[in-house]
Write a new protein. Structure first.
Length: 396
């Protein structure tokens, strides 16, 4: 049995060798050179974004809780409500400020219309009473001096009245100075302080009322609402009701769907293959039936902060109404084009460092040829060297 199997195997091997030597038999090690035009397309991935998207930011001071937000993809008109924040803390502040305003207004009015006029009236009355007594004491002093001269009263009586007149005069002068200081400095200072408290309360009320208006977010222009992915609670996602947002935090965008473009983030090694003006083929995984064409419009000169990626932009040809921001885009950029380029099958090449080599049939003899790769796919490799079309090649 073993001998029969061995004999059968030898016969099969002999048949294969004989078949390979037969005229017209195909040698799997042999390939043919092809020549023709070739285009090199650089595959990339991008995202569809609106060119003039308007960012919508939270404008409330501190942190504010979102209580309602419009659905993603909704078209809106200018002035239409698109989000609402919880206004309860602001409404409580407004109630407190209304009380503070009433108190500040009452304080200023009381100073101007009651307290200060009454105080001035009191001082003037006291000054008048002192002046009256002072005048009477002056008359008494005159009479007393005559009586002392006639030795009808002792000198001590004259001295006492003289001191009293001087004291009353000084007291009257003091009241007049006090009246002057109160009118010129003290009362204006108190009124200015009261006015400052009133103006501060008014300014705070204006701020709170402005914040209350900002708790309802309205579209600044016509557009389509999109919810961008933003950092929230340790993850990146669109906003939803209940999220706490901080001042100036972007949470919505108003996109103009008639002006979309593809945004790319290029690695350093991809920069030479993507230049402004190059043609591009675009396809959308979510819309495979809708391929588009475009053109590289811009390539950034500096990488994005924190990344070694350069932003690039591709403009899209044709109508854009069926497309939406955020769609993933497969991009092929036409990086180079040759009118004629040689190519050979992959399996006939042997690699040596940066170069490749094969055996090329020249007038019936096999000649070793060194080649420089330009591009490749799964089956063939295109090379810089001009090889004769149809020539046979094989692996060394």
């Amino acid at each position: 049995m073993r001998k029969a199997l061995l004999l059968l195997g030898l016969c099969a091997l002999g048949g294969i060798l004989l078949w390979r030597r037969m005229p017209g038999a195909v040698d799997e090690r042999i390939g043919l050179v092809e020549r023709g035009p070739y285009e090199q397309w650089t595959p990339l991935h991008g995202e569809l974004v609106a060119r003039d998207a308007l960012s919508v930011r939270a404008e409330l001071d501190g942190s504010a809780k979102l209580t309602w937000v419009i659905e993603d993809g909704m078209p809106v008109q200018a002035g239409e409500l698109i989000a609402r924040f919880d206004p309860s803390s602001l409404e409580a502040q407004k109630i407190t400020l209304q009380r503070d305003l009433r108190m500040a207004e009452a304080e200023l009015r009381a100073l101007k219309e009651a307290r200060h006029p009454l105080e001035l009236q009191r001082i003037r009355r006291e000054a008048a009473e002192i002046e009256l007594e002072w005048r009477e004491q002056q008359k008494l002093l005159k009479d007393t001096r005559e009586l002392v001269e006639e030795e009808l009263l002792p000198e001590e009586e004259l001295e006492a009245i003289t001191q009293r007149v001087a004291a009353l005069q000084e007291s009257h002068q003091g009241r007049l100075e006090e009246l002057n200081i109160i009118q010129r400095l003290y009362q204006p200072a108190l009124e200015e302080q009261a006015l400052a408290r009133l103006e501060a309360a008014q300014a705070e009320m204006k701020r709170v009322e402005g914040q209350l208006k900002l708790s309802e977010v309205r579209a600044a222009r016509q557009g389509t609402v999109t919810r961008p992915w933003i950092p929230l609670d340790g993850e990146r996602r669109p906003v939803r009701v209940g999220d706490a947002l901080y001042r100036n935090q972007v949470f919505l965008e108003l996109a103009n769907l008639t002006q979309l473009h593809v945004q790319l983030m290029l690695r350093e090694e991809e920069l030479p293959q993507v230049l402004p003006g190059m043609q591009a083929r675009l396809s959308f995984p979510s819309r495979p039936q809708d391929p588009r064409s475009g053109q590289v419009f811009r390539v950034g000169s500096r990488p994005v902060t924190g990344q070694k990626r350069y932003p690039a932009e591709i403009l899209i040809d044709g109508e854009l109404q069926a497309l939406r921001p955020g769609l993933s885009v497969r991009v092929d950029v036409l990086s180079a084009r040759w009118e004629e380029l040689s190519s050979v099958p992959r399996d006939v090449l042997q690699r040596e460092g940066d170069h490749w080599k094969l055996l090329l049939e020249v007038q019936g003899a096999w000649v070793e040829q060194s080649l420089t790769r330009v591009a490749s796919d799964a089956e063939r490799i295109w090379v810089e060297e001009a090889l004769p079309a149809g020539a046979r090649v094989r692996r060394p």
